[in-house]
Design a protein around this ligand. Sequence first.
Ligand SMILES: [Zn+2]
Length: 317
Amino acid sequence: MRRIAWIALLAAIGLAGCGAPARAIDPTHFPTLAPPPAASPTQVVATATAEPTAVAIDPAVTCVPPSLMMHSKDRYLLQQTVIPFLVKNHYTTLTYRDYADILDGQKPMPQRPVLLSIDDIPADYINSYFRAMFGSLHDAGLVSTIAMNPNQPPEKTDQAVQASWALVKSWSDWGMGVETHTVNHRYLPGALPPEVEFEIVESARRIAAGVGISPVALVLPYGAEDTSGNEQAPGLIPFSQEAHLKFLVGITGGRQITAGALPIPQDEYPVYVGRVGANKDQPGETLWEIQHWYCAVPACAKLAPINCSNPNATLTP
Ligand SMILES: [Zn+2]
């Protein structure tokens, strides 16, 4: 059922999310936007029923917010371009747990939502670049997902391991979302079922034990989820369900959640969502990707601060 939904989704969208358009944009030329209007109380998904197709689905909810993938190499891009741009233009950063709450009707979808994620944070040694990145986000009042590789369990009484978990816990206390990126950054399609189970289920257990909050998303290493099925790891979906995960985060496609996926009872999770990569050498390109994600599907356009009818448009007041 879920596979069928993915295939239909990709066919409908027809996107190759990692394909970067060839354009150079000076980020300093973006005009500043006025604050968005207050979120409408009608932007809440209907309650669950046994017949998903009969439910009135708010298109604002089916839009997957623009999702930007960053690594430590993108620290200057984050600090000098992405954070100032998001703050100046009144974007609202979400965690995947926030997004799950929106899909479940617990929260309204904000205007100008964006999902940031910073990948490859281990549990044995965390370099200073990550401290600077999460510190800058916190100072700006923004949140991001921490895509963690808990390669050491929080129970290990090693000083470096304990310090790493304490640091991640402090970021979680700031409101950052700690999600699993597998225990060992494993390429899951190449693993055997017991290995896939360990990488997913044990990583979720370690994060829950280490920060006190269970993860809701599996950020797939290498974005390895070919929705045609060619690269799907053995047992990916049942093991993700065993870990109570709600999202599989890849790269290609995943710009909206299809009607058949809403409302989403627990046994319909996980749903697939995509991301775009940051381009540290072309900051304007990264901002263009964030904005034009909204134009990929009509459900997203109503949340957009840009004129999607003009493919060359950037921000419009
Ligand atoms: Zn990674």
